[in-house]
Design a protein around this ligand. Sequence first.
Ligand SMILES: Nc1ncnc2c1ncn2[C@@H]1O[C@H](COP(=O)(O)OP(=O)(O)OP(=O)(O)O)[C@@H](O)[C@H]1O
Ligand SMILES: [Mg+2]
Length: 368
Amino acid sequence: MTNEQRDQVLRRVAAALTQVIHPATGEDVVSSGRVRELDVAEDGMVRFRFALQADDPGTLVRQARSAAERVEGVERVKIDISLPSTGAPMKKGAARAGSVPAPTPNSGLLPQVRRIIAVSSGKGGVGKSTVAVNLAAALAAEGKRVGVLDADVYGPNVPVMFGERRQPQVSDGKRLVPLEAHGVRLMSLGFLLQPDQAAIMRGPMIAGILKQFIEQVEWGELDVMIVDMPPGTGDAQLSLVQTLRLDGVVMVTTPQDVSTGDVLRGIKMFEKTNTRVLGVVENMSGFICPCCGERYEIFGRAGGLRLAGQTGVEFLGEVPLEMRVRQGGDAGVPVVVSEPDSPAGEALRKVAARVAALLSHGDTEARR
Ligand SMILES: Nc1ncnc2c1ncn2[C@@H]1O[C@H](COP(=O)(O)OP(=O)(O)OP(=O)(O)O)[C@@H](O)[C@H]1O
Ligand SMILES: [Mg+2]
C-alpha cells in the first residue's frame, strides 16, 4: 500500500469512527478523545488505542472495531484498550497527553489565571494566531473569562485579528489595562516594542521582558489565558515555556510533511520541559471552494492524523482552508464570531470545546 493509500484509509477509518456514538453523552469516540494513536500499516492493518472511560458501555469498543473493519482497504483491526485511571500515581517522566497527571490550577506568575495554555508549532505561517484567536473567541462566547497574550514579538498580529489597534491605558495602580474585543481581554507586546526592537533581542531576553510585561498587566480573574507563541523551537520558545509555566499546549500543523516534521520537534521540546501537549490541530487541511463547496486537498492529506498516531498526542480536529478565515483575520472578526456555522467556524468551535473539556478534566483530577 502506498503512503497516499494509507492516508486515504486512515481518513476513512477516522470518519467511520466518528459515527460511533456514546449512547448517553451523544459524543463520538474520536472527538471525545477515546480513540488515540490511530495508524494504518502498509499491509492494511489498522491499529489504535481505545481509552475506555469509567461509564462506557462494553459495546462501544466492539462498535468501534466493526466500524473500522467495514472500511474499504482495511485488512485487520488491532485495538489496545487502556482502562480508566484509578487515580494511582503516574510513572515518572511520562509527558504525553492523556498520560501526564493533570496540572494543578496555575499558581505561578498569574495566580488569578486558572489555566495558561499556548498555541504553538514548529513552523511559521501555519495558523497559530488564527487558531489562538478563534479558540479564545469561541471560549468567550461560551461564557468563559478569556485572555489572549500575544507573545509573538517578531510579528505580533493578534491586535489586527481582533480589530483592536488602540494603545492600552495605564491604570491608577500604574499597570496596563488589557483591551477587550469579542469578549476577550487582549494584550500584545507589539503595543510596547518598536518594530525593529524585537529582531535584535535574543530568546532569553524576550522571555525576561515578557515576564515583566505580564506582571504589569491587570488581567483580572481569567478562566483561561491563551498565549500565541512565536514560530520555531528555539531559545525564545523554551524560555517562554519555562517562564509561563504552561498548563498545556495546542500544536498547529498543516498537512504537509515538512510542517509535521517541524511540529514533531515542537512536541519533543514541550515534552522535554514536562509541558502537557493537549493535542494537535491540522489547519489548512483541504480547500473548500467558495463557488461549488467542493473540497480540494492542496497540502496533501492526513498529516495531522498521522502525526497524532506517531506521537500518541490527541488529534483535536482539522480546519479547512477557507477564504473567510483569512478575511475574518484581516477584518478583526474571528470566523467563529462572524460565521460560526461555516465549515471552518464549526471546526474551530469543536477544537475549542475539546480543549475546554481537556482543561476541565484537569480540574477534576486536580481536586482528587
Ligand atoms: N484555515 C485557514 N483558511 C484560510 N486562511 C488561513 C487559515 N488559517 C490561517 N490562514 C491565513 O494564513 C495566514 C497565516 O496565518 P497565521 O498568521 O494565523 O499563522 P501563524 O502561524 O500565526 O504565523 P506566524 O508564524 O507568522 O505567527 C493569515 O493570513 C491567516 O489569515
Ligand atoms: Mg502568528
